[in-house]
Design a protein around this ligand. Structure first.
Ligand SMILES: Nc1ncnc2c1ncn2[C@@H]1O[C@H](COP(=O)(O)OP(=O)(O)OP(=O)(O)O)[C@@H](O)[C@H]1O
Ligand SMILES: [Mg+2]
Length: 238
């Protein structure tokens, strides 16, 4: 195992809060989150609607910043970076998979997977081509490279979204309800795909309402009102 005892966690959150201000209403979406995620770990996040799961994912994914607290990613403090620096690290370190796939409808499958790599810069186009090809092969979608997302089934679109997330070899994959828009057969296919990626070393954080899918993970944390209220090895999680 690469992660020996005492190795720094890939992700470390300490006292992370998030307060949203809207029309004089303060929402404490996260109220002091302490969390460590090891390299190679598969963590699932559960909890009722509105408890802060997506807010936590946005912060983990550097789409948003905490109101207070410490976030260390790969030993680097990232809670208070400039917008540009945050975008740069996000592009290199984070792969996102969303419930709604979020593919661009008038780009081909190939172009969708390639797009984040073109933002990165410093990648030769021949290398980029190979990264896209490899990612599409991993999810079994290389044969649909020239299709457009509306020409694919929901399950296929999500597999393309997984390819887009993994193409740049990020440090962590963040999946917020990745099976939420899929029927159970396609949902299971996407979960199997994530499990394979994990077996091959990927670090994954996944939000799911579905206990069956939470059991794919090594560990589950339960959020309630912006706090972690329970934590456990998934097989034993309530
Ligand atoms: N941009 C925002 N502005 C104001 N309030 C927000 C914003 N984003 C989230 N919130 C509030 O923060 C709280 C947590 O929202 P969040 O989206 O993290 O919940 P969730 O656990 O993902 O819920 P669900 O299971 O329904 O997706 C909610 O009360 C929500 O209304
Ligand atoms: Mg949510």
């Amino acid at each position: 195992m690469a992660t020996g005892k005492g190795a720094a966690p890939l992700i470390h959150l300490e006292g992370v809060t998030k307060v949203f201000l809207t029309d004089e209403v303060e929402t404490h979406a996260l109220a002091g989150i302490h969390l460590e995620i090891a390299k190679g770990e598969y963590l699932s996040i559960a909890g009722p609607s509105g408890c802060g799961k997506s807010t936590l994912m946005s912060i983990l994914g550097l789409l948003d910043t905490p109101s207070s607290g410490v976030y260390t990613l790969n030993t680097k403090p990232v809670a208070n970076l400039s917008f540009a620096e945050r975008a740069r690290i996000r592009n290199q370190e984070i792969g996102f998979i969303f419930q709604a796939f979020n593919l661009i409808g008038d780009l081909t499958v190939y172009e969708n997977v390639e797009l984040p790599l073109t933002y990165r810069g410093g990648i030769r186009s021949s290398d980029r081509k190979q990264m896209v090809q490899e990612a599409l092969e991993k999810v079994g979608m290389a044969h649909r490279m020239k299709h457009y997302p509306p020409q694919l089934s929901g399950g296929q679109q999500q597999r393309v979204a997984v390819a887009r997330a993994i193409a740049g070899k990020p440090s962590v994959l963040l999946a917020d309800e990745p099976t939420g828009n899929l029927d159970s057969k396609n949902g299971e296919a996407v979960m199997d795909l994530l499990k394979d990626l994990h077996r091959n070393g990927a670090t994954i954080v996944m939000v799911t309402h579905d206990q069956r899918y939470a059991n794919f993970a090594d560990r589950t944390i339960h959020l309630f009102d912006g706090r972690i209220v329970e934590e456990g090895v998934s097989a034993q999680a309530a």
